[in-house]
Design a protein around this ligand. Sequence first.
Ligand SMILES: Cc1cc2nc3c(=O)[nH]c(=O)nc-3n(C[C@H](O)[C@H](O)[C@H](O)COP(=O)(O)OP(=O)(O)OC[C@H]3O[C@@H](n4cnc5c(N)ncnc54)[C@H](O)[C@@H]3O)c2cc1C
Length: 413
Amino acid sequence: MKGAECEFDLLIVGGGLVGASLACALGGCADAPRIGLVEAVPFDASDQPSYDGRASALAWGSRCILDGIGVWPGVEAGGAEPIGAIHVSDRGHFGVTRLSAREAGVPALGYVVRNRTLGNALAQRLQTLPTVEVITPAQPQALAIEDERAVVTLQHAGEARRVSARLLVAADGGRSAVRALAGIEPQSRDYGQSAVIAEVRMARPHRGCAFERFTETGPLALLPLDGRDRCSLVWSARSDEVEGLLALDEADFLARLTRRSGRLLGEALELHGRHAYPLALQLVEQPVGPRLALVGNAAHAVHPVGGQGYNLGLRDAAALAEAVIDGLRAGHDPGAPDLLERYAAGRSADYRRTVRFTDTMVGLFSNNLPPLAALRNAGLFGLDLLPPLKRLLMEHAMGLAGRQTRPARGLPL
Ligand SMILES: Cc1cc2nc3c(=O)[nH]c(=O)nc-3n(C[C@H](O)[C@H](O)[C@H](O)COP(=O)(O)OP(=O)(O)OC[C@H]3O[C@@H](n4cnc5c(N)ncnc54)[C@H](O)[C@@H]3O)c2cc1C
């Protein structure tokens, strides 16, 4: 066993998008607690699964949180494309709706940022935080929950190491090892779809507009990236269709994309990278347990339609950081059951709202039965006709629905 046992206030397992954001939020406080951040794959490794070839649509509310926790300047320096408008359409039907930043009264509805850019910005910020110890490459092997602390045995760079903390945070993604070690089983439902992601160059300029097009086999998104014609593609399709999409040669793939996108941005001209992600809804009943909190995909994995997953996880990180720091300042134990229960209760409405939003979009729009298609058209037209409803959808897309934490309101923790 390596060295003596190390004690932290918080041990975060998983340094992906959400775990690293949580460490930045807490580590940046003037009275920051001692934090251990355990990550299996170093931040700069080419196979880092959170900071991979995807790009993420960040809601305006997420930009506020990232700004509040000192990460946004690094993201902006690495490249963040503002989303000025969102165009939602339905293949083969008339309904169309447009949401715009001008209508919402904000500079941008959100931003599209490459996950690698986010990873670099988070890693740079972590380096400036003296109370955060990054432990990588490391993974938990065993977990013991005691009255006062959680004790984790890590496999760290080939050796066993024992660490303990008053609060253990599972931020290790959809196949969370911590969740399994704690005996928590999420509810899970396969969508029967996978998402093919790539970067593409389109014939027409995107002009800062994000396109979400619903097709009978799944939604297709073209998100604006740097340059006038470069887009991030998220093409969700039935799992049996995806194999064929991956096997197509580049020219055939681009031709298929041109057709499936309804030529909204003209012809698809260039393709960079192509990877598929199987899609399932996953949700734990309670994102807390004794001396344990679950955040991000360890607590909930949603369909990528509408780009909600990291945004939701970042709101977990901001809410947990706020609860922990308020508890510590009041002299309380950060792993106390009442603190964790308050955190869980505070998050449940956001979970329900986001799961209902993504699940409904997938169910309603992936179905071509005539009555549903008519409803969809009515729905999309209705949104254009009913400003209050549209405003509600916009608030949701911007991540501003429900209670806002201090970082989300631009206030220090
Ligand atoms: C195709 C696609 C497109 C998406 N687009 C968007 C979007 O536009 N906007 C948006 O908000 N969301 C989007 N999402 C969702 C978003 O990517 C996830 O919600 C987000 O990655 C969750 O972050 P996380 O840190 O919770 O988990 P992960 O990203 O899975 O990170 C988990 C981290 O834990 C580490 N880890 C895993 N196991 C262990 C272990 N045993 N020990 C130590 N470390 C471990 C991993 O190496 C990784 O670094 C998309 C998802 C997909 C699949």
